[in-house]
Design a protein around this ligand. Sequence first.
Ligand code: HEC
Length: 156
Amino acid sequence: MLKVLRNIAIATAAVAVLAGGAQAAGMEKPVAARKAVMKLNSFYMSQLGGMAKGKMAYDAKVAQGAANGLLALARLDTSGMWLKGSGNDVLGNKTRAKPEIWSTYPEVANKSKALKAALESLVAVAGTGLEGLKGAIGAVGKSCGGCHKPFREKKK
Ligand code: HEC
């Protein structure tokens, strides 16, 4: 009897480990996809930041394109990339997403809304001249940071 119980315990532990592994494996694509969205955000922001800081010549078409691109990204439905159980409490160093994203919901959604609002302002002025861009880019950068601070793990 004891031996049977022990075997059940071992089998249960093994299943738990397997389930954990399978869960993590199913998260690879969603995690890669959300990082890809963030990389695109970062590309457009580096163009706009470069122009705002005078490291890159202002070009109305490029500025407008980058602003439009950021807004398009913000409007994507990315909910399938942010599945419960895909935080760094479960996936370890495969992600920098903190579990607070899910435990404090809808805080993170409010951060997304703030970014979208800042981007709508940016889109209206980015192509009108350097001064317009400079006036609107700060709020966008703050919205990126406003979400990273509570919800993204610091780089180790
Ligand atoms: C609503 C929250 C939120 C907003 C807004 C946000 N981010 Fe992120 N960002 C995250 C989280 C969470 C991660 C960690 C994702 C992961 O590792 O799975 C991340 C990761 C990143 C990364 C690293 C990607 C990688 O390859 O690991 C970059 C770069 C980035 N964000 C740039 C930006 C920029 C630029 C903006 C603004 C235009 C922005 N983010 C807005 C939450 C946000």
